[in-house]
Design a protein around this ligand. Structure first.
Ligand code: TXA
Ligand code: MG
Length: 307
């Protein structure tokens, strides 16, 4: 496999590949996605196949700021306010779908997930394609999401046509998913946009996600490296447990950042690096349960869940 030839910065080339029914890794501010034209059933089927993902797990439709979101979803007042305030950005809105949205995108649900990502290259690509794309995270199903073009190639290799290299992702974890199907709002997946942000923007109260998510595919075990992830509540606990493992000859390492922005940015690359180093155990220190820390705790808990 010739790796460099699958990675490109040529937006026109990526556009052509998509328009010809290809599947392309695309950069976003959260994680890399695996894009296909949403209305092309065969291309979307290839996305499910490349990821090894069940076709019943719905996909997010990604749009350009120039697209008319009303073609795809029924946008109520709070969805409208959130979209205006936060798009392009790390927010996915779950809304009732229109007749345009095919069953192969939503797994025949009556809702659709929509997002306008904040990445100049991907916005330029979407404008060039002038068609919406689906884009799940560009990793094998259940594994760690990719935050660089190299991660995408390592995970999906020659099952995909191309990766548009837009550099490392600026945030590092997936978008916040907010359900806006009624007058109440609900977070289905925590992300950089927090419940407090949403409450401040909409004036509505919204609770942080508690318990298992109702978004299909957000099952308990997810985002998992090969190494076993163990959760620790302090750096002291993590270091002590790590030392005990090392004394016993087990390859173990500590994962911790004081700053949540850095934690999110490095999380998936660090989990991947732990596998490359052959570590058996990652002792991850949980950040405080607020802001971006809530999303990091969610991903770490899923990475630590038994398969
Ligand atoms: O940041 C992100 O959102 C990234 C980048 C590439 O945009 N995408 C992403 O897609 O994380 P994915 O497919 O890995 O995760 C999307 C989640 C899945 O758990 C899926 O089940 C849920 O969104 N979802 C999508 N459409 C849905 C629907 N109609 N109803 C309920 N959940 C839905
Ligand atoms: Mg994913």
């Amino acid at each position: 496999m010739n790796l460099p030839s699958r990675i490109t910065q040529d937006i026109d080339h990526a556009c052509l590949v998509l328009q010809q029914g290809g599947i392309v890794g695309i950069p976003t501010e959260t994680v890399y996605g695996l894009a296909a034209i949403a209305l092309n059933a065969e291309a979307v089927a290839r996305v499910f196949l490349a990821k090894g993902r069940p076709t019943s797990h719905p996909l997010i439709i990604h749009l350009s700021p120039h697209d008319d979101i009303n073609r795809w979803g029924i946008i109520n007042e709070s969805a409208h306010v959130l979209a205006n305030a936060l798009w392009p950005g790390p927010l996915t809105l779950l809304v009732p779908r229109t007749g345009l949205v095919p069953d192969w995108v939503t797994g025949a649900r009556d809702t659709v997930a929509l997002r306008i990502p904040a990445h100049d290259m991907t916005i330029a690509l979407l404008n060039a394609v002038s068609d919406a794309v689906v884009a799940p995270s560009a990793n094998r199903f259940g594994q760690v999401s990719p935050t660089s073009a190299e991660h995408v190639i390592k995970d999906l290799g020659d099952t995909i046509d191309l990766v548009l290299d837009g550099g490392p992702c600026a945030i590092g974890i997936e978008s916040t998913i907010v359900e806006c199907t009624s007058s109440t709002l609900q977070i289905l997946r925590p992300g950089k946009v927090s419940a407090l942000d949403i409450a401040a923007i909409t004036g509505l109260s919204i609770s942080e996600m508690k318990g298992p998510s109702r978004a299909p595919g957000m099952m308990i075990a997810h985002y998992a490296p090969n190494a076993r992830v163990e959760l620790c509540t302090s750096i002291g606990e993590a270091t002590a447990r790590c030392d005990t493992y090392v004394i016993k000859g087990v390859a173990a390492e500590v994962l911790h950042y004081e700053d949540d922005t850095t934690y999110a940015l490095c999380l998936y690359d660090d989990l991947r690096s732990a596998d490359l180093r052959g570590s058996s155990v990652v002792l991850a220190v949980l950040p405080p349960d607020k802001g971006l820390g809530i999303a990091i705790r969610d991903r770490l808990s899923k990475a630590a869940a038994p398969n």
